[in-house]
Design a protein around this ligand. Sequence first.
Ligand SMILES: CC(C)(COP(=O)(O)OP(=O)(O)OC[C@H]1O[C@@H](n2cnc3c(N)ncnc32)[C@H](O)[C@@H]1OP(=O)(O)O)[C@@H](O)C(=O)NCCC(=O)NCCS
Length: 202
Amino acid sequence: MTAGHPDTDAGRLPRLDLPTTAVRDSFLAGERAICAEDGTPTAWLDEAAADFGSLVERRRAPRYRWGVPVTELWYVREPGYLGTVMIRHELTAALRHDGGHVGYHVVPRYRGQGHATAMLAAACDRCRADGMTRLLVTCRTSNVASRRVIEVNGGVLDNQASGICRFWIPLLPQPAPVPDPDPDPYPAGAFVASPSARIAFR
Ligand SMILES: CC(C)(COP(=O)(O)OP(=O)(O)OC[C@H]1O[C@@H](n2cnc3c(N)ncnc32)[C@H](O)[C@@H]1OP(=O)(O)O)[C@@H](O)C(=O)NCCC(=O)NCCS
């Protein structure tokens, strides 16, 4: 958290979901801060501000970028936009070199709070549910924070060349819940009406 930006929403749990018009102002401000950091043009943000609904509609729809089908997801802690995850459902030769299956960024003022780590974990869950079995994730060798995000999410370094690290994250199936050998006869929420037992909502 940057000094001067108290994180008043810190108690709420963020969610990774499709783009939404609900975070218009914080999305525009956050992406403007990222453009300023990267020195990239902001004309697209002026267009987005003029018709945010259209931007959201386009980004929610199935679409192709980098020559592959992508899903764009926004990380949101109501009512604020925290960052974006881009899932690329296939790889090209270029993406195998740099880009991989998943890209992400966090708005500068929300960095260093574990959001990227949680975003990538949520993206892994989503990809696993979609039937993907492993994810290629790449980052610049110098990007210490991104490297850490990948490693904490189980990334295994495959190779490192031309200033880029390539990691594979295995998406192991989630283990099935183990049946309780001694189940509670009065589970929470059950109405118990036996005269010889408790009568209660638990
Ligand atoms: C890289 C980025 C996504 C990290 O986001 P973040 O929300 O700050 O990451 P987290 O808070 O989850 O931190 C992840 C780890 O990196 C560490 N970290 C965060 N910022 C760091 C920094 N500037 N230098 C070194 N380590 C850093 C954290 O301590 C944490 O390590 P830990 O798990 O050992 O505690 C963010 O800096 C960003 O958006 N950068 C610009 C875009 C980008 O580089 N995207 C990735 C492309 S591959």
